[in-house]
Design a protein around this ligand. Structure first.
Ligand SMILES: [Zn+2]
Length: 107
């Protein structure tokens, strides 16, 4: 194991490999679980940055919002049920604040 000096203190350096799902960005210590995550696939997002949408449920329901970001939910963040669902960051129009919207549920 390599060693290094940090602020005059000798430390051993241990490098840890992680495998990252290229869709949702989730990190895994095992390649198999990372491949399993990627095998969920990715739906093409219905909306793009700049699109104006109507919020269908939750806070701001019935109001318009402008998409400011598009992403895929990771299982550790959103749970298995929403893993790889398309998510949007959106700013509410004519109402302060922003929201995260799940395609097929809130938008
Ligand atoms: Zn993933």
């Amino acid at each position: 194991m390599p060693e290094g000096l940090y602020g005059g203190i000798k430390l051993k350096i241990k490098t840890k490999t992680t495998y990252v799902c290229e869709i949702c960005g989730e990190e895994y210590s095992e390649i198999d679980t990372a491949l399993k995550c990627e095998s969920r696939g990715a739906k093409t997002p219905k909306y793009a940055i700049g699109d104006i949408v109507t919020i269908l449920s939750g806070e701001g329901s019935g109001k318009s919002a402008k998409i400011t970001g598009v992403f895929y939910y990771s299982p550790s963040w959103a749970g298995e049920r929403y893993a790889h669902h398309v998510g949007y960051n959106a700013d509410l129009i004519d109402h302060g604040g922003s929201r995260q919207l799940i395609e097929g549920e809130s938008v």
